[in-house]
Ligand binder design. Structure first.
Ligand SMILES: CSCC[C@H](NC=O)C(=O)N[C@@H](Cc1ccccc1)C(=O)O
Length: 719
């Protein structure tokens, strides 16, 4: 087949990859019926080979009926690459900024700034204060919270460790027992012999993050204090003030017996804590033996909500919404786990990482984004009754993300497989059906794939365990050919990673790109994906390599049966567990798939048990209960090997491209390297790309672009 040229592929990549992705968006009330929308975006810059960050501001007015009036785009884009965290104060009059700057010597310094509407009024060099290590800005632990009196800022940073010195450091000699007064002059304690103690961190994408502690900056004094009374062996994150500023509430993850990788793993043993700053007493609010996260107070400070799910089993699960009554300490599960949604009760349960801090419509209703089958959806939850109302379900935009709410003005971001992110505002009706929202865009999507059409099909597995659980596939087709019979198109079958994650009907860069270049794309949400009920998730562990493989194959055959695809030109793609699946497909269906492209694939679970930062996922997905002592038997190794792609290596014929991140701690590169070598030793065409300074996602701008071009040339060469 004559595929579009490499030059065309480069052009299409430049266009589609230029779509900015939303990092954050907030509403500030700036007048009686005037609101400003501040949004920060991340955009690939292929020339500078980096992701640039910039801020946009829009003005939204409400008319006399409280409906959206004008939307004004003053066209103010400001690049802001040094900002790490930004938080507006409760009054909206002040803005706190955590900034990372390199000094003249090239050393990184972190500053906490406070701006009013005229200028910077506080500027604290946190690094120079030397009270703690790096401030955390990540999505797991990070936080930056104003006290209600707007005189203090709360954040988390690496705990300061005693300086480790050598027993043979001459500059330390003489100041010991003979001259104790010399020691007394030392400001910080020093420890001899600890220079090379292994300090385990929280793994992939959290390297060097070992022991975060809460830190309080007093803006009047410019001093930072680390509160006393913290629980031992707990990593602190997501800290917030109690409504009267008398204490802090935070999520604490257990460090012992050892840490397991935290990112993408919402099953780490943790608790919600309340530390009273004056008495320095710390109490746990949540029940023990769970995985909890994202504490948020109600506007009237009467209730605290947080998310809870089991700390055993799958890494992503259907969660519970817990309400804790602050005065009575009564705890209630207000939204429970959903095993099997039904036509009558379609709500599939809660699949949420963190609440937005401003998620309250009123003291009884919160707004949340959650996976709802193959769509990301905004729902309203009545936390007294547990009633769930779906606020977004339009046919044009597949996926929505809740951003902020002020009074009844809601700010959201929506996209689809053919439209990049678009900020919208709407007013939630005071009476009647709150889902009747008249959404108004603040701007147009920057990328619209007008020659692509998308749809979602539902599939039912063949008769087997878990066969009462359906699954979905998102299909992208070139518009020019849709429905036409004369020209059969090549197909790429895509499997997501996790395995407990999901393809959402939001902007999908790579599928959209390949569809623009003439491919039909099938993004398979196989059984075990989140958003379909807990029973679907639980149906996969112990059946990886069979159920997920059969679902991917069923999806591929269903698309072929639609008549648009040339069944002799089918490729398979996927990363991580999606790579596990794509290498399984070419092993189990060696004549069906004519090419394979995979990123950081899991190829041998047995090998993986003792490498990588989450050995528990390996055991869980192989159908075994994880134990920190991990005492594998020969039978366990056999079971893990037999459900792995490596068990099918002798059957593989498909030319296979592997793309590996040299710094990947989640799926170590050896998994891909060994598979590549096994193919070479069997004369199967294969190519391995190793991207230095890239981790599990391989998302550095230059590496990502190079991956795409190599994927394109590999597939077009072999289909
Ligand atoms: C033993 S590693 C298993 C694969 C890995 N699972 C968790 O990290 C994986 O598939 N990673 C996904 C990322 C992801 C995982 C879960 C939820 C969302 C995303 C990948 O890299 O695609």
């Amino acid at each position: 087949m004559d595929f579009p040229s490499v030059e065309r592929a480069v052009k299409v990549y430049r266009e589609c990859a230029s779509a900015p992705s939303l990092s954050s968006a907030s509403l500030q009330k700036t007048g009686d019926s005037v609101f400003s929308v501040h949004s920060t975006w991340s955009q690939r810059d292929l020339e500078r080979e980096c992701n640039i960050k910039y801020r946009q501001t829009h003005i939204v007015t409400l008319d006399s009926n409280g409906q959206i009036g004008d939307v004004i785009d003053p066209g103010t884009n400001t690049e802001l690459n040094s900002e790490q965290l930004v938080r507006w104060s409760p009054s909206g009059k002040l803005k706190a900024v955590l900034r990372k700057i390199k000094d003249k010597k090239g050393d990184e310094k972190q500053y906490l700034e406070v701006w009013n509407n005229i200028a910077k009024i506080h500027n604290i060099n946190l690094t120079a204060l030397d009270k703690h290590g790096k401030v955390y800005e990540d999505g797991e632990f990070g936080c930056l919270e104003w006290s209600s009196c707007e005189s203090q800022l709360l954040y988390v940073a690496e705990k300061k460790q005693p300086k480790a010195v050598s027993y043979f450091d001459k500059s330390k000699e003489g100041g010991s027992e003979e001259n104790p007064e010399t020691d007394a002059k030392k400001k910080d304690p020093e420890v001899k012999g600890d220079q090379f103690v292994h300090r385990q961190d929280w793994g992939e994408l959290l390297v060097g993050k070992h022991s975060p502690v809460p830190c309080i900056l007093n803006l009047q004094t410019g001093q930072v204090t680390i509160p006393e009374g913290l629980p031992n062996d707990v990593s602190v994150g997501q800290a917030i003030w109690t409504p009267d500023d008398s204490g802090i509430v935070f999520t604490g993850w257990e460090n012992e017996p050892y840490r397991l990788g935290l990112i993408y793993c919402r099953n780490r043993r943790s608790a919600i804590y309340h530390l009273d700053l004056s008495s320095q007493t710390c109490n746990t609010i949540s029940i023990t033996g769970q995985s909890v996260r994202s504490p948020v107070f109600s506007p009237d400070a009467s209730k605290l909500i947080y998310i809870q799910n089991s700390c055993h089993g799958p890494h992503m699960q259907c969660a519970q919404l817990i309400v804790y009554h602050w005065e009575s300490k009564e705890t209630k599960v207000t939204v429970d786990i959903v095993q099997r949604p039904t036509e009558g009760r379609p709500f599939p349960g809660l699949y949420v990482g963190r609440f937005e801090q401003q998620c309250w419509l009123d003291n009884e209703t919160i707004l949340v984004s959650t996976a709802w089958r193959s769509s990301q959806t905004i729902i309203a939850i009545n936390i007294c009754t547990g009633e769930v109302t779906r606020l977004t379900n339009g046919p044009d935009f597949g996926s929505w993300m809740f951003c902020d709410i002020k009074q009844r003005l809601i700010l959201a971001c929506r996209s689809s497989p053919t439209r990049s992110a678009q900020l919208v505002v709407g007013v939630i009706p005071q009476e009647g059906d709150i889902s009747c929202i008249n959404w108004k865009p603040l701007h147009e999507s920057s990328v619209i794939l007008s020659d692509v059409i998308w749809s979602v099909i539902t599939l039912k597995p063949k008769t087997e365990q878990g066969s009462d659980i359906d699954f979905e596939t998102i299909i992208l087709k070139p518009k020019a050919n849709s429905g036409s019979q004369e020209k059969k198109l090549p197909l790429i079958v895509w499997a997501h990673g996790g395995p407990h994650s999901v393809f959402s009907t939001g902007y999908l860069l790579l599928p959209g790109l390949f569809c623009q270049l003439g491919f039909v794309i099938a993004c398979v949400n196989y059984r075990g994906s989140i958003g379909f009920g807990q029973a679907s998730i639980d149906s996969l562990p112990g059946f990886v390599g069979t159920h997920d493989v059969k679902d991917v194959q069923a999806a591929a055959e269903a698309v072929i049966e639609q008549g648009l695809v040339d069944r002799e030109r089918v490729a398979v793609s996927g990363g991580s567990h999606g790579g596990f699946l794509s290498t399984h497909m070419i092993g189990q269906y060696p004549d069906f798939y004519k090419a394979c492209i995979t990123r950081n694939p899991v190829t041998n679970l047995a090998d993986k048990l003792f490498c990588g930062d989450i050995p528990d996922l390996t055991m869980t997905e192989a159908g075994m209960d994880f134990d920190f002592k991990i005492a594998p038997s020969a039978e366990m190794y056999a079971k893990m090997f037999n459900c792995s792609p490596m068990a099918h290596i002798d059957k593989v014929r498909a030319p296979t491209l592997l793309m590996l991140g040299s710094d990947d701690l989640r799926v170590p590169p050896q998994q891909g390297i060994r598979y590549h070598e096994m193919l070479k030793a069997r004369g199967v065409k294969t190519r391995l790309l190793m991207y230095p300074d890239n981790s599990h996602p391989i998302n550095k701008v230059d590496a990502e672009a190079d991956c795409f071009m190599n994927m394109y040339t590999w597939i077009t060469e072999h289909l």
